[in-house]
Design a protein around this ligand. Structure first.
Ligand SMILES: [Zn+2]
Length: 217
């Protein structure tokens, strides 16, 4: 668990190293009825000021631990363990030699893992309410205008963001898809002019939009 504690220090519990894309997107969409669906488990949207109640992290979160078995649907906060364990990490081997600093499942005493999707053992229950809220939100948008902005989702795990984004737009007659992706910006032919691919990073595009946006905008 030593390298996990080090990994958490870098990815979850230190200030975001590059918050600019998140800050710009947050400001560009301020005041809009927005909802975030993300495959990232680092909680960067929440950490950069997006409303946690409107973020669906369907792949889990580094902020939670769970039983590897799992013996129940319980998850528990990573931070108290991480804070205590970090001083016990051998910085050369990235191992924790003190057994007391190794987290165990509070119910069965078995090994624990980060609560992120990586196998059949993944406990999804902490994220289910926001998933349901996301689905409700889409239902509510059925007759209105909807802009789906798909950023950086390629073909590694397209079933998580890329294909759902396309399906949402296909199912909503007044929805549009903007796909921001350097390598794979194409949108489905079936969407016609409701699909727009932009070969760019999110940061470059948000910066350009922020430039042309009226100051009172
Ligand atoms: Zn257990």
């Amino acid at each position: 668990m030593g390298w996990i504690a080090r990994h958490l220090e870098e990815t979850r519990f230190s200030p975001p190293p590059e918050p600019a894309p998140y800050d710009l997107l947050r400001d560009l969409t301020a005041g809009r009825d927005r909802f975030v669906l993300t495959s990232n488990a680092d909680d960067l949207f929440e950490r950069t000021g997006f409303d946690p109640a409107r973020i669906f992290t369907r792949q889990g979160s580094y902020a939670r631990l769970q039983c590897l078995t799992p013996c129940s649907d319980d998850t528990f906060a990573t931070e108290p363990w991480y804070r205590g364990a970090l001083p016990a990490v051998d910085l050369v081997t990235e191992r924790i030699d003190d057994p007391a600093a190794i987290p165990r499942c509070p119910r069965c005493g078995g090994p624990v893992v980060l609560n992120v999707r990586g196998g059949d053992w993944f406990v999804e229950s902490p994220y289910a309410p926001r998933g349901a809220r996301f689905a409700e939100r889409l239902e509510g948008a059925a007759s209105g205008r909807l802009l789906v902005v798909d950023v950086g989702s390629g073909y590694n795990t397209p079933g998580v963001i890329r294909w759902p984004a396309e399906r949402i737009v296909a199912d909503h007659p007044r929805a549009n898809l903007v796909r921001v992706n350097l390598a794979h910006p194409a949108t489905p032919v079936a969407l016609g002019d409701r699909g727009l691919g932009v070969a760019s990073t999110g940061l470059a595009l948000w910066r350009a939009l922020a430039e042309v946006r009226p100051a009172n905008g």
